[in-house]
Ligand binder design. Structure first.
Ligand SMILES: [Zn+2]
Ligand SMILES: [Zn+2]
Length: 340
């Protein structure tokens, strides 16, 4: 076996992409080595590229939308075997001993690690992952589709299934992009009356194809009025990182409705608190999920035919791929494919 692998790394804040040869790492106790087949490029990879992640150590290989198979198994790993297809996502490990872990809420671990930020991720031929961060990939899912489910997918799937909305209630998705095009599909498949909201009408045919029962063009229509005509939204999943657009939506909620924000806009929200009080409404963030949540996402997606819309690039074109993702022209997720 060759002892080196190709990897794409960043060596300093705002540094260029470097394609390097690295020694293939050996799994330590509690870890497996994953032979990476595909790795999605997420907007959060900007944390590594621009040096925005606290405590970041360089050089760093980013990537937390990983799909591949187990290539080697370290000591004390009992539930996983060589050759198994696995995904690794944003959640890169937890401590098992803090107060949150003792309550079983591993995503909220105070010592949690993030794949591709706190340790090297999937922009490489191989990566190491802790066993508790592995999700089994169903046979029906190709690696390049499984990758984006490990961050974008699990985030919106988990946000929606924990939102409190019940079948038949109105769930609106703001923004038909990387997160939103998955949010519409999940909302439809979970049995919600699904509303897609986007600027302009060019994405209406796509939104309807993805399962939206209703489409609101926020340039042509007053979104709050349109939502209230439907009785108000029990849940609004705000995936467009636009503080002004998100803040305005509170009045489009039903009584006890929740505005869920899984991706942070640069500016603070400006919320009409009287509207929250009088309608007993709330605004909430959502944070990713654990490996089991990711596996639920993969299984639900395979079962119901939810697909990410992707554009693939080979690893050596990482610079072009990253640029394309940031251009906003991508429809809707960029995935690096790792040959060999
Ligand atoms: Zn991500
Ligand atoms: Zn913990």
């Amino acid at each position: 076996m060759t002892t080196t692998m190709k990897a794409a790394q960043i060596s300093q804040p705002s540094g260029d992409w470097e394609l390097v040869e690295r020694v293939i790492p050996e799994p330590r106790a509690g870890q497996v080595r994953v032979k990476v087949e595909a790795c999605g490029i997420c907007h959060s990879d900007v944390f590594v590229k621009e040096g925005l992640w606290p405590g970041l150590a360089y050089p760093r290989v980013p990537g937390h939308e990983i799909a591949g198979h187990i290539d080697a198994v370290g000591d004390n790993v009992r539930a996983w075997r060589q050759g198994q297809r696995v995904g690794v996502g944003w959640h890169g490990g937890h401590c098992f001993v803090c107060a949150q872990c003792r309550r079983g809420d591993f995503a909220m671990c105070v010592h949690r690690k993030v794949t591709g930020c706190d340790f090297d991720g999937g922009y490489a031929e191989y990566m190491l992952a802790r066993a508790e961060t592995l999700a089994a990939i169903p046979d029906a899912l190709p690696a390049e589709e499984a990758g984006p489910f490990m961050c974008a997918g699990v985030t919106v799937y988990n946000a929606l299934r924990h939102s409190g909305a019940r079948a038949g209630e109105v769930v609106a998705v703001l923004g038909i992009g990387g997160l939103g095009h998955l949010g519409v599909q999940y909302a439809r498949q979970m049995g919600f009356a699904t509303v897609a909201i986007n600027r302009g009408n060019d994405r209406e045919p796509l939104a309807r194809q993805l399962g939206a029962h209703y489409y609101i063009d926020s340039l042509a229509t007053d979104v709050v009025t349109a939502l209230q005509k439907l009785g108000g939204a029990r849940v609004i999943l705000a995936t467009a990182p636009n503080a002004q657009a998100i803040s305005a939506l509170v009045d489009g909620l039903s009584a006890s409705g929740i505005l869920v924000v899984p991706a942070a806009p640069a500016e603070p929200l400006t919320i009409n608190v009287m509207s929250l009080i009088s309608g007993r409404r709330s605004v909430a963030g959502w944070y990713s999920g654990t490996a089991r949540d990711s596996q639920d996402t993969l299984e639900f997606s395979a079962l119901t035919g939810v697909h990410p819309m992707i554009e693939t690039y080979p690893l050596h074109r990482v610079a072009d791929a990253y640029e394309h993702m940031h251009s906003g022209r991508v429809r809707f997720r960029v995935v690096l494919t790792i040959e060999g």
